[in-house]
Design a protein around this ligand. Structure first.
Ligand code: AVJ
Length: 317
């Protein structure tokens, strides 16, 4: 029932994409939600970003997961239920699965294809593991079975939570708190505040892969929604907004122009931007305070040796 209601207000797939694009480009500050970056080409570009020398996040999170795996597994407990927001294709997920040996693994991802591919790979590597994939979008409440059992853990790696505003992140944590129940736990990967030059470089790489990733969103609109964006007339712009503690990514119009998306027309002034992503950075104390307001106690926190990235072990009060 909840599902029917949701699909009327937020259609999935192409209709949802079109609705988000038309609504977002109609706002005074044009905006597109970052979840639409990840078509096949966008997912490949993101994988390239993760290997860039400037993009420290993926390596730092993997390094800290490796270095603290026994403690992380002790925190997580063995034989329980592991729900991951993400498809489960990453190396850190496999490390956690090997150390935790959960009875059930539930990957939640917006992409059915990613779930199917990752699931098939994991099934080969973990023949004993029960895998129960859920196609869904973490940015809205999901109809998930209320997790039952002794050890319930939700794993949300990659600093994906940084795409949400602090207010949205708090609502998301509170929703998850309701799903895991008292004593349930979370492991959340959170990128840390640091020298703005380091942050800036991570989103303005020398090879232009992040620019291609950002611009690919316009390509996707052209292909899937009948758009006529001229990619040569938009440029990637990313900067650290220190007062708000976030990287902002934009696509800036290089001149006055009109763009069609299906039957819709959108005017751009020279220099006007589409805001395509926020990537919030937190200090350890800031994130623990946010989690506390959502009913979680920050029980443990692990970082890499350089203090770039954090993994928070939260327990529902
Ligand atoms: C996947 C949301 C964590 O914010 O760093 C990478 C996405 N955007 N480069 C991030 C991203 C530009 C990434 N997250």
């Amino acid at each position: 029932m909840g599902r029917d209601h949701r699909s009327r207000s937020r259609p999935a797939g192409l209709a949802g994409f079109r609705q988000d694009v038309v609504a977002g480009l109609s706002l005074p500050q044009k905006t597109l939600p970052p979840k639409h970056f990840y078509d096949a080409a966008g997912s490949r570009l993101f994988e390239r970003i993760c290997r860039l020398p400037e993009y420290y996040l993926t390596r730092a999170e993997l390094a800290l997961t490796r270095a603290h795996l026994p403690a992380i597994a002790r925190f997580a407990g063995t034989g329980g239920i592991l729900l991951e927001y993400g498809s489960g294709e990453s190396l850190k997920t496999r490390l956690l699965l090997r150390a935790m040996r959960p009875s059930v693994y539930m990957p939640v991802d917006i992409s059915q294809d990613a779930l199917r591919l990752a699931g098939a790979k994991l099934a080969r590597e973990f023949p004993e593991l029960r895998i129960a994939p859920v196609a869904g979008d973490f940015s809205r409440p999901l109809d998930l079975p209320r997790l039952a059992g002794r050890d319930r853990l939700v794993y949300f790696p990659g600093s994906t939570i940084g795409n949400l505003t602090p207010q949205e992140a708090q609502a998301f944590l509170r929703m998850t708190r309701g799903q895991v129940g008292p004593r349930g736990a979370m492991l959340v990967g959170v990128d840390l505040k640091k020298d703005a030059n380091v942050l800036h470089a991570a989103y303005n790489d020398a090879r232009g892969v992040t620019a291609a990733f950002n611009l690919n969103l316009l390509k996707r609109i052209n292909r899937e929604l009948g758009g006529d964006f001229d990619l040569r007339r938009f440029s990637h712009y990313a900067f650290y907004n220190a007062p708000l503690g976030r990287i902002e990514m934009h696509l800036v119009s290089l001149g006055a122009q009109t763009v069609n998306v299906g039957d819709h027309r959108f005017g751009f002034a020279a220099g006007e931007s589409i805001h395509t992503e926020n990537s919030y950075k937190y200090s350890i104390a800031e994130f623990q305070a946010l989690a506390a307001q959502a009913g979680f106690r920050g029980a443990r926190v692990w970082t890499d040796r350089r203090g770039l990235f954090s993994l928070h072990g939260l327990i529902a009060d």
